[in-house]
Design a protein around this ligand. Structure first.
Ligand code: FPP
Length: 246
């Protein structure tokens, strides 16, 4: 087990990250884009460790969007191979540290050689409770909301769900994130872009957003701590006039 990192002040229960800038980081060094993803996988390891040590309950990483299939086939293949390397390489550490591994997205679109090991790690780690690490793969927020809407329509058509019963809880329970703790509290995006890019659209409704120009391969724990301190200083009102809990 890792040693805990003591932290004073509020921490997000659910932290999400858009891991942007791998390609540009590599290209700026005259390297192929895939080299950026490879170093990016090291940042993933560092962030997972730090979040687990801090006691963050849920970490959700945007690893491959529903739109990333449009990338050149070589880059898609390399990303799938990196994912496989990641699940194989991190399996023992994830299990030893009581981390539940989880995936969300249109997982049926992933090639079998990576889908099966991902699903196996989800299965064997399903009883772990200290942190849930979710990879969003072939994921899109609009796609997730459409999938929930389709299920609701099917249940309504079958007569098992009354239209009046379609409230926020009914939608949330049909999202791919239904078994994660609450909505997202803090979103970190690297590499200078300030947008959501179809990530967790429903769950980010009241999230605090933190952006940095640092590309994902260079993100370090110092910057994670900076983002967490900034989160602690934010006043979260959720539409009310006083901060929640005040
Ligand atoms: C966006 O940066 C990043 C991705 C599409 C892939 C993220 C993948 C990793 C961090 C490594 C593999 C993941 C795991 C979980 C092992 P970009 O390539 O679009 O950057 P750019 O905007 O500079 O082109």
């Amino acid at each position: 087990m890792y040693d805990p990192i003591p932290w004073e002040g509020p921490l997000p229960r659910h932290l999400a990250m858009i891991m942007d800038g791998n390609g540009r980081w590599a290209q700026a060094r005259g390297l192929p884009r895939v080299a950026g993803h490879r170093v990016g996988a090291d940042t993933v390891r560092a962030m997972v460790r730090a979040c687990r040590r801090l006691g963050i309950e849920a970490l959700t990483l945007y690893a491959f969007s529903a739109q990333n299939w449009k990338r050149p086939p070589d880059e898609v293949k390399a990303l799938m191979e990196l994912l496989l390397e990641y699940v194989e390489g991190e399996r023992a550490e994830i299990l030893d540290n009581d981390i539940r591994f989880n995936c969300i997205g249109e997982l049926g679109k992933l090639p079998r050689f990576v889908r099966e090991p991902l699903e196996e790690l989800c299965r064997v780690s399903s009883g772990n409770r200290s942190m849930v690490l979710t990879l969003a793969l072939s994921y899109g927020g609009r796609e997730e909301i459409c999938a929930a809407a389709r299920r609701i329509a099917e249940e309504a058509a079958a007569g098992t769900l009354a239209p009046d019963a379609v409230d926020e809880a009914a939608i949330e329970s049909r999202l791919w994130t239904h078994d994660l703790p609450g909505e997202v509290d803090l979103l970190i995006r690297t590499s200078g872009e300030q947008r959501i890019s179809n990530f967790l659209l429903w769950q980010l409704a009241y999230a605090e957003l933190w952006f940095t120009d640092t590309p994902w391969p260079e993100l370090g724990t110092d910057q994670l701590f900076e983002a967490l301190r900034a989160f602690g200083d934010r006043e979260r009102r959720f539409g009310d006039i006083a901060p929640k809990g005040a």
